[in-house]
Design a protein around this ligand. Structure first.
Ligand code: F6R
Length: 360
């Protein structure tokens, strides 16, 4: 996008509830601001759906796509060094070849009709793996009920990506139930309160120079390139996906240290082909060499970037820190949509693709 395509008026637009509501036909903003309630409600839903513990020594596979897969990736990041068994996220038509009857497969699909996830559900059954389902309904819920597979029921009416807190908590709780990680129930409850404070700090009622609004204005008119590392790697992917789906913009995500071995070289030509901005997602507990790399990488690419931001997780526990930057990214993507005058809710390109595939 050329700089002239973003007017000064657009950038100066106040990011109030009223201006966002003008484009946000399905109140995606409201769903993001409700993240703390979603965390609490998710705990309750998992607890009422699942009674027994299953010990699955081969670990946990979370099978899902898009907004339903990200919860598994965020849960794995939040468990970090406390994961005692492999936790693997598959976004594909199949399960990893090492899946056995000693593996728990959590099939996550908000709609319950995503064909890749349905294929994984069936493969898990054929392999004799233990299964759990998290969904609002659809074919997945029907099959699970017929097979006697536990279903964690989700509330309807969201865009799948807005159910991120539900999907993350489901993956964390199932990881604990199958012995892949510790129980984080009380940490999740504390995270809900911590997130409430951040909602006040970064939400639409906060001043116009508050962090989320400032970042959204800085990214306007650019293709954001997001960098994570360790804990923040799946958060970088969440930012990219939310910018794609809410703001309807190209955006890309990569991770450190790997990007220092390839992507960093590409920044040299960034200004020849467009306006790219850089966002570095840092964490207080990141490896010191990764922090050093983040400093140096930003310094080396900044002249070729239309804007650059270094943002850090907030909070004590890993789950608080993960959710903090998920919230910030979700808000930034909604604000970007509002500044661009696009409705963040509908994703016609995704729907069109899914419809076209059903004809094949
Ligand atoms: C839409 C979204 C998508 C979906 C994906 C899978 O809001 O985020 O990425 O999550 O197409 O669909 P579900 O979640 O229904 O399995």
């Amino acid at each position: 996008m050329s700089d002239s395509a973003v007017t000064a008026v657009q950038r100066a637009e106040p990011l109030s509830r009223a201006t966002i509501a003008r484009v946000d036909s399905s109140d995606q903003l409201g769903d993001v601001l409700a993240l703390p309630e979603h965390l609490r409600d998710a705990l309750w839903r998992v607890e009422s759906a699942i009674m027994q513990d299953w010990d699955t020594p081969a670990g946990l596979v979370v099978a899902g796509m898009g907004g339903s897969a990200i919860g598994g990736a965020l849960a794995r990041a939040a468990l970090g060094d406390h994961a005692s068994r492999p936790i693997f996220v598959t976004r594909a038509y199949g399960l990893p070849p090492w899946t056995t009857p000693e593996t728990m497969v959590l099939c996550a699909s908000y709609s319950g009709n995503t064909e890749e996830t349905l294929a994984c559900y069936e493969s898990a059954g054929a392999l004799g793996a233990k299964r759990t389902v998290v969904t609002t309904g659809g074919r997945l819920a029907e099959m699970a009920r017929a097979d006697g597979v536990p279903v964690i029921p989700l509330p309807g009416g969201f865009q799948p990506r807005a159910a991120v807190a539900y999907m993350t908590v489901a993956a964390l709780e199932v990881a604990a139930l199958c012995g892949a990680g510790p129980r984080l129930t009380s940490e999740i409850d504390v995270t809900a309160s911590h997130t409430e404070q951040l909602v006040a700090e970064w939400g639409p009622d906060a001043p116009e120079d508050s962090l989320a609004k400032e970042v959204a204005r800085g990214l306007l008119g650019t293709a954001p390139v997001i960098a994570g590392a360790g804990l923040t790697t799946p958060i970088a992917y969440r930012w990219k996906s939310q910018i794609n789906e809410n703001a309807k913009l190209p955006s890309f995500a990569h991770e450190l240290p790997e990007l220092d071995h390839n992507e960093i070289a590409g920044w040299q030509g960034a200004r020849d082909v467009g306006r790219f901005s850089a966002v570095f997602l840092d964490d207080s507990d990141a490896h010191p060499r990764v922090k050093a790399r983040m400093d140096l990488t930003e310094r080396l690419i900044v002249a070729n970037a239309a804007a650059s931001f270094r943002l850090e997780t907030r909070g004590q526990t890993t789950i608080e820190r993960v959710i903090s930057l998920v919230l910030l990214g979700d808000l930034v993507s909604i604000y970007l949509a509002a500044l661009r005058g696009v409705d963040p809710g509908p994703v016609p390109a995704i729907e069109e693709l899914k419809d076209a595939l059903t004809q094949q």
